[in-house]
Design a protein around this ligand. Structure first.
Ligand code: SAM
Length: 207
């Protein structure tokens, strides 16, 4: 068993809704590897249970796997807003949100994240950034004032298959992520930690 398979094994059984979503995403959607999956899903769910958020914002719904996991820890009155620009993904995510009993808790917003965020009038306890890697700095600046003091920003893929750590790798996506990581590394407004899981998650706490 490789390490990833062992992480999934140790994480216990994936529930039937998430199992179905994982399978349907692989059958029906291009680039299914963009989906969080079981190991990372359990990590996001656990963060959410620890924080007990009232408001969550996700940038990059895809087919909804991470949204369902993050919604697990919401307070009873809580809501998760999730933004996706690809309209072709709306129905599959909506179908599985309903199957998970989360239709009343998850608000799907369609459009470019920067436009949608500018129109949101909420303060968030958790923001999960998981959309276009070259635009992470733009998303970060756009959401920062909408995160409450003491709130968390979780950012996926910051290790980018180990490429951000290797300065010999200079493709545009890696350079953008490295620039973003350096900005956050030096941002006095946050406390930070890195989880070296599948592809790295930055965990930031707004002071
Ligand atoms: N969070 C999902 C999960 O873990 O299952 C995976 C998200 S996938 C890595 C990234 C998604 O972000 C894609 O579905 C893509 O269409 C969307 N996206 C990329 N740029 C975007 C933007 N500027 N605004 C909204 N969505 C965007």
């Amino acid at each position: 068993m490789d390490v990833q398979a062992y992480v999934h094994y140790l994480s216990g059984e994936e529930n039937d809704v998430l199992k179905g979503l994982y399978r349907q995403t692989h059958l029906r959607v291009p680039y299914p590897e963009m989906m969080s999956g079981h190991g990372q899903g359990r990590l996001l769910a656990m963060f959410s249970h620890m924080i007990r958020p009232d408001r969550i914002l996700e940038i990059g719904t895809f087919t909804g796997y991470s949204a369902i996991c993050l919604a697990e820890g919401l307070l009873p009155r809580g809501k998760l807003y999730t933004i996706e620009q690809n309209e072709e993904l709306t129905d599959i995510a909506a179908f599985f949100f309903e199957k998970a009993g989360l239709s009343g808790k998850i608000v799907q917003l369609t459009g470019d994240a920067l436009v949608v965020i500018s129109e949101l009038n909420e303060k968030f306890d958790i923001v999960f950034i998981d959309a276009a890697k070259k635009r992470y700095l733009d998303y970060y600046h756009a959401v920062f004032s909408k995160v409450r003091e003491g709130g968390y920003i979780l950012i996926d893929n910051i290790l980018w298959y180990g490429k951000t750590a290797n300065t010999a790798v200079t493709d545009a996506t890696t350079e953008s992520l490295r620039e973003f990581n350096d900005f956050v590394r030096n941002d006095d407004r946050v406390e930070r930690a890195v989880v070296q899981n599948r592809d790295g998650i930055f965990i930031l706490r707004k002071k």
